[in-house]
Design a protein. Sequence first.
Length: 290
Amino acid sequence: MSSNKDKAVRTATVSIFGNLILAFAKGIAGYFGNSYALIADAIESTTDVFSSLLVLFGIRYSTKPADENHPYGHGRAETLVTFAVVGFLLISATIIAYESIHNIVTPHQTPEKFTLIVLGIIVIIKEVFYRFVSKKSDEANSSSLKADAWHHRSDAITSAMAFVGISIAIIFGPGYETADDWAALLASGFIIYNAYMIFRPALGEILDEHLYDDVIVQIREVAKTVDGVVDTEKCFVRKTGMTYLVDLHLTVDGNITVTEGHDIAHRLKDAIQLSIPEIADVLIHIEPNP
């Protein structure tokens, strides 16, 4: 699991520095290019920096080993961080929506043409970031990193909306100066939707919702390969951080000794964890087969 942790930490660190650079670039371009949509983008990238820092902290803390006060480990901290990241997204959307409405009712200049070039580059960079971080979140099995990936996607959407709005303002001229502000307002709605898409699976994790049928199928397949296993019955899987905890009912021959049943359970546990390294622990209850 240290490999997953290192992978997640490196990815979160890349996100932090990437967002810092882009926030600065967008803020400068928006200010000199008379584009609030770009400034709104810069605001979102700034909040992304803080959320990525939070993700980094969550990954480091959630992967701490179990101790006396936390016998199941610290994995749920990552889910809590995911909720916090959702909060940052909602704050970003609220700020962007408020400022967009303010700028819509306030006369201002048409954005400069060079802002379109900046936005085009940003959309490409942010989409690349999204795909990179999303892939790493799948590899590391990290919900908070997945949330961080969606931050990049929401930023790409905001930039794409701004590109459309500024294009309209430049093409149609006077009277359409607020097109990029309307675009930023529309983008805030997309950000709220993305926040929900991140929040829903994280809520399922913290409530131990039944979400991991694929893992259960793998566990049952592994059980078939272990000598002494007659069958498997109940199997419950819950996610904690980047790992899973499993409760499994194992059926063995009712005529064997307790020691033999104990040994079979240990062999099964070892086989499961060897086959599925993301499983941190397996609690096995033995049932006798009549």
